[in-house]
Design a protein around this ligand. Structure first.
Ligand SMILES: CC(C)(COP(=O)(O)OP(=O)(O)OC[C@H]1O[C@@H](n2cnc3c(N)ncnc32)[C@H](O)[C@@H]1OP(=O)(O)O)[C@@H](O)C(=O)NCCC(=O)NCCS
Length: 217
């Protein structure tokens, strides 16, 4: 499966990606916050492509402009998502690309794909205590806090951490998308002169009130 967003292509990892993968996955600020150690060599990255990133529904996040992989995103079944209609969303992106909204953009497409094409009803997403960047991504996507687990064993890091788990139901996803569409529509109306600034501000204010009522950012 190949998925597409405005700036990104999401496609399965291939062995030729090892060098690019190593470039970003060697960074100690990338893997450890997500629970895995930095890659140690291009060969190690190749091994990870063969053993981990080859899993079903795991995608290389590639820039459309040059086709190169800059991160990874995937839907997994695990302790949190154990039922047939649930998955857990996981992601990371190379440090040079942080802060440009790439993972929220890729995640929105993954959510669409999971709910609309794979027939899922619940998508979980978690982060370890202190990972504010990931917490923020989930907040922006509209995930809702579900529970906190203390004493989680992070096997690959030989550490015990606290994990926070958030949930997106299909119903909430549809609501979040509806609000997003309405906002886009208002922006287009304003840009094309179909409504005045005053009309925009009034409608935008009403929309924000509605969104706040439903806990959507
Ligand atoms: C978490 C992560 C995937 C976010 O991806 P992203 O595409 O940068 O997401 P965003 O652009 O929406 O940025 C999210 C937040 O990160 C913070 N941030 C952005 N750029 C940053 C930078 N250069 N340095 C530190 N923090 C930064 C900001 O708080 C931002 O929130 P904002 O949009 O409200 O300002 C990325 O930081 C990452 O790969 N981290 C390491 C791996 C990881 O933690 N994975 C998730 C495991 S649960």
């Amino acid at each position: 499966m190949i998925l597409e967003t405005k700036r990104l292509i999401l496609r399965p990892w291939c062995e030729d990606d090892a060098e690019e993968l190593y470039k970003y996955a060697r960074d100690p600020e990338v893997g450890p916050p997500a629970g895995w150690p930095p890659h140690t060599s291009v060969e190690n990255s190749l091994e990870i492509i063969r053993t981990v990133l080859s899993a079903t529904e795991t995608y290389a996040v590639c820039l459309k402009e040059n086709g190169k992989p800059i991160g990874s995103i995937g839907l997994h079944r695990n302790d949190l998502a154990e039922k047939d209609d649930e998955y857990e969303l996981g992601y990371w992106i190379g440090k040079p690309f942080w802060g440009q909204g790439f993972i929220p953009e890729a995640s929105r497409e993954m959510l669409r794909y999971a709910f609309e094409e794979l027939g899922m009803n619940r998508i979980w997403c978690g982060y370890y205590d202190g990972n504010e960047k990931s917490r923020r991504v989930q907040e922006k996507l509209g995930f809702v806090y579900h529970h906190t687990t203390e004493g989680l064993e992070v096997g690959q890091m030989n550490e015990i951490r606290t994990g926070h788990s958030n949930l997106m139901t299909k119903e909430r996803y549809q609501k979040v998308e509806l609000f997003r569409e309405q906002k886009k529509l208002l922006d287009t109306f304003l840009e094309t002169g179909a409504i005045s600034c005053a009309q925009y501000e009034k409608s935008f204010g009403d929309l924000c009130d509605l969104m706040e009522m439903h806990g959507v950012e």
